[in-house]
Every structure is written in structure tokens, then in C-alpha cells.
Design a protein around this ligand. Structure first.
Ligand code: ZN
Length: 344
């Protein structure tokens, strides 16, 4: 690296002001029915409160709360009107959520307890993308619904929040027409939703590293992956990190004019996860998150981090650790600035 490149990179990193997008209303609660699903639906709030305890007012100061759910107009940037219409019936929502016992539940209950938090989180990913263009690195403490496509919800995903955020960013100019969006999907499951959304479209580079032996095994969607790493069940941390460390930089070198990256940081690759089928340790997961974030920041690519899947009771702690790393590593610029102001 030349001295000039180094100076430019250091300058870019100084301009990063990490933010967190989060709302107490992200959490899903449904009279305990949510406990029948192997998903800790309150992990978002738990993660935020863990961070608040550890970092104090700094977390509140960096948090942006989405006030409204995503509008139908914004959802229509990606979804079909017929699909949005279909989500007004309990059986269809229940099927997408893989919770068939909810098929007979009155629609208004589903709407308030499940659909509303997911629409709020979709708005959160959209806000995160707008903010990332300004602040460089923004974490939405939910979202990453990577199985939802234009006309279908599945795998606990109703809304394709990342594609909606990409299309909105294009509309507002946060992402320029000639810039590529990058999706780095490291959730244990193949991200067939955004792959289907972009099947016939350019301008989005998709990197997907997933367990090929579990849901969704969507062969058609796989044809849209620009750089794929299909893992076998049981893959442990060392081979996982070895592959990622070698392949991600190689993949990023291929992206034409990168404008914004979306990192789907699913914690379901860890050994204790009920659905992911991989055996990565929590320590190796942390190194994964550090590597992806540091790589993107070193390249000066504005980045949005979304949560994706993570079904264990300790998922919230892993999320808090990653966000803590972001605050500690990239949150100093502001402290430096205020020191300068104080001195002046
Ligand atoms: Zn997953």
C-alpha cells in the first residue's frame, strides 16, 4: 500500500460515524406462540439493552428509531401488488412464517404482533441505507429477510428488506445509477429471496456463503449468485474462515464501481444453532464479523449490516459483541473531533 492510499483510507475511516437503527417495537411477541418457533423473537431488544448496559449513553446517542412502518409505495419498489394483497389473509402469512398453527388466528392479531414489527424493521433497513451514505457504517438491529422475493414470502421472511432498501437508495440518489450494490450474505441459509428479486437485473453483486444441505436449496435462485461458496453441513470455524478470508477480497475485486454493501450477518452458522447445521464457534463468528466489516471499511464502501437468522438463545449476545466492536473500532472519530473542539 502506498503512503497516499494509506492516508486516503485513514481519512475515510475517520469520517465513519457508526449508527444503530433499532426500535423496542422490533420484538415479536404473540402470547407465547413465538416460543414454538426455534427463533428468539426478542433478540433485537435484548441485543440493544446489552449494548446500552455496556456502552451507556453512547448507544442511545448513536441509535436512530424508525418511527413508521415501511409504506406500501416503498414495498412496491420490489413486491407485486398481488403479493401485498395476499398478506391480508392469515393462512398465507402463517405459511410464510412456517407457523401453520397461526392459520386460524384473526388477521388483526397477526398484523399487530408480527407483520407490523417486520414492516418496521424493513423501514429500518431502508433508513440504514440512507444513513450509510452519510455515516459510512450503519447496523439495523433486525431485518435481513433474505428468503422473501417479489411475489412470495417463506422461511419466516415476509418482506425483501434489502432489495427494498437498495431500490429506495437508487430512487433517492444515496446509491448512484452507475454504482453497484453488494449483498454479502453469510447467513447459514442460501439467500434465495434477493437472488430471485434480481434474477433478471444487473447492478447488484451477490456473494453468498451457505450450507447447501439445508433449506431452501433453491437451484434456480442459485444461478443469480455472482460469487457463491456452498458449504457442507458441519463445517467448522477454521475452514470457514480460511475460505472467507481468501474469497471475499477476491470477489470484491470483481465488483464494478461499488457504491454500498449490505452485510447479512446471520448468527445461525454457530454450533449451537438449531437450524443452521454448521459448527462455527462463537469466537470464529466474531472474527468473521470483524473481517467483513474491516474489509469493507478499508475499501471505503458504505455498509449496512442487517441481522438475518440466528435462532439460539445466545444470538443476541453475539450481535451485541459485533456492534460493540463497531463502536469501539470506528466510533472514536467523533471522540477525536470533540477533543479537537474542546482544545480549540
Ligand atoms: Zn438462516
Amino acid at each position: 500500500m502506498t503512503d497516499l492510499t494509506k492516508t486516503i483510507l485513514e481519512q475515510m475511516i475517520k469520517n465513519i460515524q457508526p449508527k444503530i437503527v433499532s426500535s423496542p417495537d422490533y420484538d415479536i411477541s404473540f402470547f407465547g406462540v413465538e416460543r414454538l418457533h426455534p427463533f428468539d423473537t426478542r433478540k433485537y431488544g435484548r441485543a440493544w439493552h446489552t449494548l446500552r448496559r455496556e456502552y451507556g449513553a453512547e448507544i442511545a446517542r448513536r441509535t436512530i428509531k424508525p418511527e413508521n412502518e415501511v409504506s406500501d409505495d416503498d414495498l412496491l419498489l420490489v413486491h407485486t401488488p398481488e403479493y401485498l394483497q395476499s398478506l391480508q389473509e392469515s393462512p398465507i402469512v402463517a405459511r410464510a412464517l412456517e407457523l401453520v398453527m397461526l392459520a386460524g388466528v384473526p388477521y388483526n392479531l397477526l398484523k399487530n404482533r408480527i407483520i407490523r414489527p417486520m414492516r418496521l424493521a424493513t423501514q429500518g433497513t431502508m433508513i440504514a441505507a440512507q444513513q450509510a451514505a452519510v455515516d459510512g457504517l450503519v447496523v439495523n438491529l433486525s431485518g435481513g429477510y433474505h428468503h422473501a422475493s417479489a411475489a412470495q414470502g417463506e422461511g419466516f421472511c415476509l418482506f425483501a428488506d434489502v432489495p427494498v432498501a437498495i431500490e429506495k437508495a437508487r430512487q433517492t440518489g444515496a446509491l448512484k445509477r452507475d454504482q453497484s450494490a453488494i449483498i454479502i450474505d453469510l447467513d447459514a441459509h442460501q439467500g434465495n429471496g434477493h437472488e430471485r428479486v434480481y434474477l433478471d437485473k444487473h447492478g447488484v453483486f451477490i456473494f453468498d456463503m451457505y450450507n447447501q444441505m439445508i433449506f431452501p436449496q433453491d437451484e434456480h435462485a442459485k444461478t443469480r449468485i455472482d460469487y457463491g461458496i456452498a458449504l457442507n453441513a458441519g463445517c467448522a470455524g477454521d475452514p470457514y474462515l480460511d475460505l472467507l478470508f481468501r474469497k471475499l477480497p477476491e470477489a470484491l475485486d470483481r465488483v464494478y464501481n461499488p457504491g454500498m454493501a449490505f452485510y447479512i450477518a446471520g448468527t445461525d452458522i454457530t454450533a449451537g444453532d438449531a437450524l443452521g447445521g454448521l459448527k462455527v464457534s462463537e469466537e470464529a463468528l466474531f472474527r468473521r464479523d470483524q473481517f467483513v466489516i474491516d474489509t469493507l471499511m478499508a475499501r471505503g464502501i458504505p455498509t449496512v449490516v442487517v441481522m438475518g437468522g440466528g435462532y439460539s438463545r445466545t444470538s443476541y449476545r453475539m450481535i451485541a459483541r459485533m456492534v460493540g466492536y463497531i463502536i469501539e473500532t470506528y466510533g472514536d472519530a467523533r471522540a477525536d473531533e470533540s477533543a479537537i473542539h474542546d482544545a480549540g
